[in-house]
Design a protein around this ligand. Structure first.
Ligand code: DHB
Length: 366
C-alpha cells in the first residue's frame, strides 16, 4: 500500500513490568477489534504500532515523540498508568495529535491537554457509587486504603466525602506505594481499627496479591468486609483469587459477566483468541479503537483537530453498555454498576445487581 493510503495509530503500553497485565489486555483487545472490524477506516489502511513503555513515564514520552515525528501517527493511544498519560499530554497539545486514554483513570488527565479523550473511566465515577451503597447496607465505619498516586487520591477523596455525606464514619485513610507495595503493615492497622468494612483502590494487577494477604491475615474471619472500586476484583485475576473474594462488593463500569448480547459475543471472541478473560482494560482498548475508527470514517482519514472534533460527542454501544464521549469534557459518560463476587459453574464473576445510569465524571462537576 502507498504511504498516503495508510494511517498509523501509535499505542503506548506497559507490556513489561509491574503493569504488564494492562498491556497484555489492551494489546489483545486491539488485535481482536481489528480482526472483527478489518484494518480499514475512512478509506485508509489502519496500521497499529504498539510500543512497550514498561510503565516508565520517561519512556512513554520519548516513544510518543518518536511516533509523532518519525511515524506521523494520527492518534496516540494506550496509557496504562496516570503518570504515563500526564507525561505525554504536552506532546499531544504541541503536535495537535488526538490522544485516547484507554486505561489511566485519574480525573484530571483530560484537563492536561485539549487533545485528550478517554475510553476507560475515572476513579470519582467509580468511587462515588460505593459511597452511596455502603451506608445503605450496614456499613457505617470504614477504613480506606489506596495506592498513593493520582487515582488513589481520587478514590479516597470521592469515596470518603460521599460516605461521610451519607452519615458514615471514616476511621483512617491508609496508603501504599504504587511500586512494590507491602500490604502487611496496613492490614495490621485495619485489624486494629475494627471497621465494618475496608474500602480499597489498587491499580489493575495488584488485586490478587492484596486479596491473598487479606485472607491470610484473617481480616475476613474477623468480620471486616471488603469493598472497593472494581479494580480490586479485576477480571484478569479474579478467577484465581479463591474463596476469599466471594461476596466482595465493588462499583465499576465493566464486568465480564455484563448481561448483554454484545458483551457475550465480546467475551466469547476474546476468550477464543486469548485463553484469558477480558477485563475493564480490554474494554477500554476495544472501545478506544471504535472511537478512532468512527472518527477516521468521519474525517476520511484526516488527523489533527478534525479527528479530535469527530471524537467529541460520539455515542456508541460498548460491551459495558451505551457510552458517550462528552463534547465539553472529552470524558466518557457511562453506567456504573454495583457488583458482588459470586461463583457460577465453578468460576468467579463480578455479578452486577444495581446500576446508576449515564454517570458523568464527578471530578469535572465544579
Ligand atoms: C490507573 C491504573 C490502573 O491499573 C487502574 O486500575 C486504575 C487507574 C491509573 O494509573 O490511572
Amino acid at each position: 500500500a502507498q504511504a498516503q493510503d495508510t494511517v498509523k495509530i501509535g499505542v503506548l503500553l506497559p507490556m513489561t513490568g509491574q503493569s504488564a497485565s494492562t498491556g497484555k489486555q489492551i494489546a489483545a483487545a486491539i488485535a481482536l477489534f481489528q480482526a472483527q472490524n478489518g484494518k480499514k477506516a475512512g478509506g485508509k489502511n489502519v496500521e497499529v504500532i504498539i510500543k512497550d513503555d514498561a510503565g516508565v513515564a520517561d519512556n512513554t514520552r520519548r516513544l510518543a515523540q518518536e511516533l509523532v515525528v518519525n511515524d506521523k501517527v494520527v492518534a496516540l493511544a494506550g496509557f496504562g498508568l496516570t503518570p504515563l498519560a500526564l507525561a505525554t499530554a504536552p506532546i499531544a497539545t504541541q503536535s495537535k495529535t488526538p490522544m485516547v486514554v484507554m486505561a489511566a483513570a485519574t480525573s484530571s488527565i483530560t484537563e492536561a491537554s485539549p487533545f485528550i479523550t478517554r475510553t476507560s473511566f475515572t476513579l470519582p465515577q467509580a468511587a462515588v457509587g460505593m459511597g452511596e451503597w455502603a451506608p445503605k447496607n450496614g456499613i457505617k465505619k470504614v477504613v480506606s486504603l489506596v495506592a498513593d498516586y493520582g487515582p488513589g487520591n481520587d478514590a479516597e477523596k470521592y469515596f470518603t466525602d460521599r460516605i461521610q455525606l451519607n452519615g458514615g464514619q471514616v476511621l483512617e485513610k491508609l496508603r501504599t506505594p504504587l511500586r512494590s507495595p507491602d500490604f502487611a503493615p496496613v492490614l495490621q492497622k485495619v485489624r486494629d481499627a475494627k471497621p465494618d468494612a475496608l474500602f480499597v483502590f489498587l491499580p489493575s494487577g495488584q488485586g490478587a496479591q492484596f486479596m491473598k494477604q487479606f485472607g491470610e491475615r484473617g481480616l475476613d474471619k474477623a468480620g471486616i468486609r471488603l469493598i472497593g472500586t472494581g479494580d480490586i476484583t479485576d477480571d484478569d485475576q479474579l478467577n484465581d483469587m479463591g474463596d476469599v473474594a466471594l461476596g466482595v462488593v465493588t462499583t465499576h463500569h465493566y464486568s465480564a459477566s455484563h448481561n448483554s448480547p454484545m458483551n457475550k459475543k465480546f467475551v466469547a471472541d476474546f476468550q477464543a483468541a486469548n485463553k484469558f478473560r477480558p477485563n475493564f482494560m480490554a474494554v477500554g482498548g476495544w472501545d478506544g479503537m471504535r472511537l478512532i475508527y468512527n472518527a477516521l470514517n468521519t474525517t476520511k482519514g484526516a488527523g489533527g483537530e478534525a479527528l479530535l472534533a469527530a471524537m467529541k460527542g460520539q455515542i456508541f454501544e460498548s460491551p459495558r453498555g451505551q457510552v458517550l464521549i462528552d463534547g465539553q469534557t472529552r470524558e466518557i459518560v457511562q453506567d456504573i454498576h454495583t457488583r458482588k463476587v459470586e461463583k457460577k459453574d465453578g468460576q468467579l464473576w463480578n455479578v452486577e445487581f444495581d446500576v446508576q445510569k449515564a454517570v458523568k465524571d464527578p471530578g469535572k462537576v465544579k
